[in-house]
Ligand binder design. Structure first.
Ligand code: GDP
Length: 296
């Protein structure tokens, strides 16, 4: 998960500010032009880039020469703070229901990594001494049910699967009842994905949402698809209303565009990131750590 190119370009932009006693508006303008190009090169959404550069410029123009920090260091500090803000500012946790179980509905397009991440997430909660239940709501691909059962076994979390021919809505409802009876405090619904967002998919997700009133709807998107991931997130949010994002395949993403844009574009925070194929490769998303990592 190194955004080397972005880190390098940003560092080149700041280098020119070093050794300057005081920054002129022209110095800042030049540095911001380079920052802008660096972010666009990283596939960050253009609107996000423009607002970001405007905010940093506004703050940078007013900086005073301090004893503790050089002007260049102050600009870097502002960029760090604004990058962090752009990604949501602080850690966003998933909501927990006051009357268990907490129902987490996992959604996403096929191939984003939804089934794997659903299993990983349940494993994470199990490690925190919770009693999660995984639910196979993707009834269209028998392989998806099997896949969830395999991950469930690996992380030691039971999997609830429906009867032959049972609808996803019915499975979800019965799973919640099952969880209540068996003391499962977290229910993770692995819903069906498709290659594209279409009416049928959205209709089904809406029906499940209405039937079980999930505490949290998480959308799984693939970081490596950059702005396509951002667009998918915006479309899902508009259609069904999501609470947060799980950004997968951060380990393979070398640009950072999705991570940097998705919160600002959709208004919904990244809550977790997938950082590899192993079942332990899931982390809570920390905007501050990501900003520092980007700045190198
Ligand atoms: P789904 O169709 O959305 O349910 O996707 P899957 O869960 O089947 O995952 C698709 C592929 O992505 C699988 O090969 C996963 O191992 C892989 N994958 C999922 N998350 C990650 C991740 O964070 N990093 C990497 N490198 N691969 C991942």
């Amino acid at each position: 998960m190194g955004f080397e190119s972005l880190t390098e370009k940003l560092s080149a932009a700041f280098k020119k500010l070093k050794n300057k006693g005081k920054l002129t508006p022209a110095d800042i303008k030049e540095a911001m032009r380079e920052v802008k190009l660096a972010l666009l090169g990283a596939d960050v959404n253009i609107k996000v880039v423009k607002e970001f550069v405007a905010r940093v410029s506004e703050r940078a123009v007013g900086i005073e020469v301090l004893e503790s920090l050089t002007p260049a260091q102050q600009v870097i500090k502002i960029v760090n703070e604004e990058l962090c803000q752009m990604m949501g500012g602080s850690v966003s946790k998933i909501k927990v229901s006051s009357s268990p179980p907490t129902i987490v509905m996992m959604t996403g397009l096929q191939g984003a990594g939804k089934t794997t991440q659903t299993g990983k997430l349940a494993g994470l909660y199990k490690k925190q001494n919770k009693r999660p239940l995984l639910v196979a709501c993707d009834v269209y691909r028998p392989a998806a049910i099997k896949q969830l059962q395999v991950v469930g076994e690996q992380v030691g979390v039971p999997v609830f699967a429906g009867e032959q021919g049972e609808s996803p809505v019915s499975i979800a409802k019965r799973a919640v009842e099952h969880a209540k009876r068996h003391g499962n405090d977290f229910v993770f619904l692995d819903t069906a994905g498709r290659l594209h967002i279409d009416e049928v998919l959205i209709e089904e997700l809406k029906n499940i949402k209405q039937a079980v009133n999930p505490t949290e709807i998480l959308l799984v998107v693939d970081a490596m698809t950059g702005q396509d991931a951002v667009n998918a997130a915006a479309a899902f949010n508009e259609a069904i209303g999501i609470d947060g994002i799980l950004l997968t395949k951060m380990d393979g993403d070398t640009r950072g565009g999705a991570a940097l844009s998705v919160k600002h574009v959709t208004g919904k925070p990244i809550k977790f990131i997938g950082v590899g194929e192993k079942l332990s490769d899931i982390e809570e998303f920390h905007p501050d750590r990501m900003a520092s990592r980007i700045l190198g």
